[in-house]
Design a protein around this ligand. Sequence first.
Ligand code: 8YV
Length: 327
Amino acid sequence: MKPKVLLTRRLPAKVVDLLKENFELSVNPYDRALTREEFLSAARGMDGLLPLLTERIDGEALDAAGPGLKIVANHAVGFNNIDVPAATARGVAVTNTPDVLTDTTADLALALMLAVARRVPEGDRICRGGSFPEWNPQFMLGADVHHKTLGLIGLGRVGRAVAKRAAGFGMKLIYAPHGECPQGGVDPVSGAKCLSLDEVLAQADFLSLHVPLTEETHHLLGAAELAKTKPSAFLINTARGPVVDEQALVEALDANRLAGAGLDVFENEPQIHPGLVGRDNVVLLPHVGSATAETRIAMGIKAATNLIALLIKGEEPPDCLNPQVLA
Ligand code: 8YV
């Protein structure tokens, strides 16, 4: 008998076919997230779960699946929706989807930087609204991106991929590490200079967030931190919404302590703070960092590969976050 796997959202056919070849697959029949009750009931008796960031995988969910559950293969690189210690305590492996979305997410961070600094969505709205005035040398002046200072907060896979792109724009690279600075004070991969968070906040023209969401990084940028930025600085967030205190961000924007923000993630998705909507100096996207056709297939294949490794081949999944459960 094939192992039972629950897929909580419809994924590309290529991914579903691979899952069906290997597993007795249950798929959420609706084109929406399952309610908590529907999810808990669908999880019952599964050997593996393939959830998305919309499903909270905590002790209750793991217990609802039952003692047969062996693996939770998250369809995301971020895994703040999963209580990994609770899974480890129950002997359940947890995997994520690193690497395949690195470049795609980095592309979007650059898109947000350019969009907010050069006022791209605002210009588009003006053109569509039929209010393109005659050409005027003082009209819609934005800020340069090239040769400015990019302050990366966190420098993992995506942060480095953003740094690589920014280097092509001649940007000066500085970063605040999620941990210690390397010996010599310079990241050997990107060449970015390692500084304290306060120094990065004070020096950056563009701040881009690349830390995971943990208890430690929750509201990493609050009122006190946002008071330290240059008033001409732009904040870019393609990481997780709650890393920024959204209320404090709105207040900083209201007080002109920041020039603008490019945000792909929000504190209470899918809700967006009303103080952000309707501002021309803020570009908003609906959490689409990894949303390309190619990358969504690659993420699904990666999650499926993790499930196949453990449930079919009896091997350690390539992206296991708690390999101690397999020891
Ligand atoms: C996904 C993401 O779209 O991978 C992540 O951490 O935030 C996005 O790439 C999303 O999490 C899919 O579940």
